[in-house]
Design a protein around this ligand. Structure first.
Ligand code: NAD
Ligand code: MN
Length: 363
């Protein structure tokens, strides 16, 4: 029997509620079969850690994650600490330290979810957004000078490298190729940003020649937002820069019904380091500690984690269990207009997993 070592980092706010829920569901899934099991290690990093130690995670924290097969992450964000400190001190430290350069965000309207677009049928919205996750607008390049004086200056420089753009384009084309429609939209802004984004376009064209069976088009990011709303079925796989995809994927999550459902993977495609899976929502200060958080975004992230481990059958079983639960409005949390609690949704998913005998348990 295989043992997968999983690092759990709940972080802050509702991360502390949804990550244990994710662990519960993965354990229930492992119990239905004999092919693999999980060994979880939890890390108490985040805002509380910062309060005690003055940093979001220990300086040598990455070393304790290095040998793990995957990381399950909750959220970084604490009302007492500036957001750029929590983000850079934990989540980005892991993403950048482990060069998880592809951020992958699938979006679908799950059964039972009342999505806001009037004319959009569930089959019209089936997207994967690939976000460049290592450079661009969030490279951290820039600085401030003359602080506090009238001539104060501040810059955030968007930095794009040929190697960085080539690898994300190749990943996106490959992912598009693996999906039935083989359709990629390259999101750009090369009309206004006339240096890096022009190189981005040139590299898209260059990489496209390696994938002659993939149909692709180009869309300016502002037009892409309108297209997502007006012609959702014309999109399948999208690739965009760090900032552009950050915004587009929150829009995608909202169009699919709720931020509480949406998953993401921070992937090192070369598998030099563990990849990290997380719901896209944040700490949700307004509902934290009340047991009201929707755990579905975390469960779907667990599905992506299983796919990354190559456990395709288990991934399918978990997704099926989640979809059976979302199909029942009595099991919707508050963000979906329901009254269910985190624990009720988690129990229901575990029940479906056991009920379907998700795997074939030998003996
Ligand atoms: P948020 O995602 O925390 O919350 C936005 C709204 O959506 C809130 O009303 C919240 O209650 C609701 N919501 C989010 N997830 C939900 C869930 N699972 N179930 C039910 N409702 C849910 O975004 P925000 O308010 O912009 O940010 C709060 C904090 O989280 C900030 O400190 C921010 O920096 C941080 N944050 C962290 C991450 C991350 O770690 N990946 C992502 C986004 C925000
Ligand atoms: Mn975001």
């Amino acid at each position: 029997m295989k043992t997968y070592k999983i690092a759990c980092i709940p972080g802050d706010g509702i991360g502390k509620e949804v990550i244990p829920a994710g662990q519960t569901v993965l354990e229930a899934l492992a119990a239905t079969q004999d092919a693999f099991r999980f060994e979880f290690t939890s890390y108490g990093w985040g805002g509380d850690w910062y309060g005690q130690h003055g940093e979001m995670m220990p300086a040598d924290g990455l070393d304790s994650l290095r040998d793990k097969d995957a990381i399950l992450f909750g959220s970084a964000g604490d009302p007492q600490i500036p957001d750029h400190v929590t983000l850079w001190g934990l989540r980005l430290k892991i993403c950048q330290g482990f060069d998880q350069y592809a951020n992958v965000r699938p979006t679908r309207i799950l059964p039972g979810i009342d999505a806001p677009l009037k004319r959009c049928r569930p089959e019209d919205l089936d997207w994967v957004i690939v976000r460049e996750n290592s450079e661009g607008e969030y490279a951290g390049v820039g600085g401030r000078a003359h602080q506090g004086h009238p001539i104060e200056v501040a810059t955030d420089v968007s930095m794009m490298t040929r190697a960085g753009v080539e690898r994300i384009m190749r990943y996106a084309f490959k992912l598009a190729q693996s999906r039935p429609r083989k359709l990629l939209t390259v999101v750009t802004k090369s009309n206004a940003q006339r240096h890096a984004m022009v190189m981005w376009d040139e590299i898209a064209l260059q990489i496209s020649r390696e994938f002659p069976d993939v149909k692709w088009d180009k869309e300016l990011v502002d037009a892409a937002t309108a297209r997502m709303v007006n012609r959702p079925a014309s999109l399948d796989t999208l690739v965009a820069t760090n900032l552009h995809a950050d915004i587009l994927s929150d829009l995608a999550a909202a169009l699919a019904g709720s931020l509480g459902i949406a998953p993401t993977g921070n992937i090192d495609p070369e598998r030099r380091y563990p990849s990290m899976f997380e719901p896209i929502h944040g700490s949700a200060f307004d509902i934290m500690g009340k047991g009201l958080a929707n755990p579905v975004g975390t469960f779907w992230s667990c599905v992506m984690l299983l796919e990354h481990l190559g456990e395709t059958q288990a991934a399918r079983s978990l997704m099926a269990a989640v979809e059976q639960v979302t199909a029942d409005p009595a099991l919707h949390t508050g963000d979906l207009g329901g009254k269910a609690t985190t624990v009720q949704v988690t129990d229901a998913v575990c029940g479906r997993i056991r009920g379907s005998g998700a795997g074939a348990k030998a003996a």
